[in-house]
Design a protein around this ligand. Structure first.
Ligand SMILES: [Zn+2]
Length: 249
């Protein structure tokens, strides 16, 4: 048997986030007017953080029915995000969903208080600062910054010197590295995208060089040019992150 939320709990969950999806990457409004009709459309769902019945995602056998149906175990999401969180319970963990919920509620509360969208103004969380520090420490390692800033990809290079940069990308893609400040999140996303392109270019166009010693080179001049430009992009995005770092250091 399923431990479903009462209609009242569902409504309260929706209201507490102003009927917007609680996924910070989404924030889609979940209600609106129906086309050519006086009625309204809803695409929102009161999703369970820990599943309503055994076999469901994040099901917690130790919870009572009361706990399972309590507002604390619910999160308001759009239909797409509700389906998404049930595809991967490891990635969309209880902790992550609770954080989403908390942020969405703060945002909705602040929007009322200041009468406009608060999204830009959410301060940095402790986790945001940790992620920013990790980026700075990785890049400031002299070899790493050299590979991005000074190195000319017309010359051969040591591929292992690029490893920390590519590992950083993997770190940033982890759920635990999710950034709550929206502005910072989009800056870091641009940084990740440029790293991603660079990594792809190196793996596709970089081959062992004639000089041996595990060094690599990019063959065609146009690809060398692209590599240098991608490093400029990475560096530009990195500098925006440095600005954020300075704001709390
Ligand atoms: Zn959504």
């Amino acid at each position: 048997m399923r431990d479903d939320f009462s209609p009242k709990t569902k409504e309260e969950l929706a209201k507490r986030v102003a009927y917007r999806c609680s996924n910070p990457q989404c924030r889609k409004p979940t209600v609106g007017a129906k086309e050519n009709d006086n009625g309204s459309v809803s695409i929102g769902e009161a999703a369970h953080i820990c599943a309503a019945s055994p076999g469901g995602r994040r099901y917690d056998v130790n919870m009572s029915t009361e706990e399972r149906t309590s507002i604390d175990n619910g999160i308001w999401l759009c239909r797409n995000c509700a389906a998404m969180i049930d595809r991967d319970e490891k990635y969309y963990s209880v902790k992550m969903l609770q954080t989403w919920k908390q942020l969405a509620e703060i945002e909705a509360n602040q929007n009322i208080a200041i009468g406009r969208n608060y999204i830009e103004q959410i301060p940095l969380s402790n986790n945001d600062k940790i992620v920013v520090e990790k980026i700075i420490h990785t890049i400031e390692n002299s070899n790493t910054s050299y590979m991005l800033k000074e190195h000319n990809y017309q010359d051969d290079f040591q591929r292992n010197l690029l490893k920390p940069i590519f590992n950083l990308k993997d770190y940033l893609n982890k759920p635990s590295s999710t950034i709550s400040n929206q502005k910072l999140r989009s800056t870091v996303q641009k940084f990740i995208d440029s790293l991603d392109e660079f990594r792809h270019l190196i793996s596709v166009k970089g081959g062992l060089s004639r000089h041996g010693n595990d060094s690599y080179e990019i063959d065609m001049e146009e690809n060398q040019y692209i590599a240098n430009n991608l490093c400029n992009d990475i560096w530009k995005n990195y500098e925006s992150i440095v600005m954020v770092y300075r704001s709390f250091n």
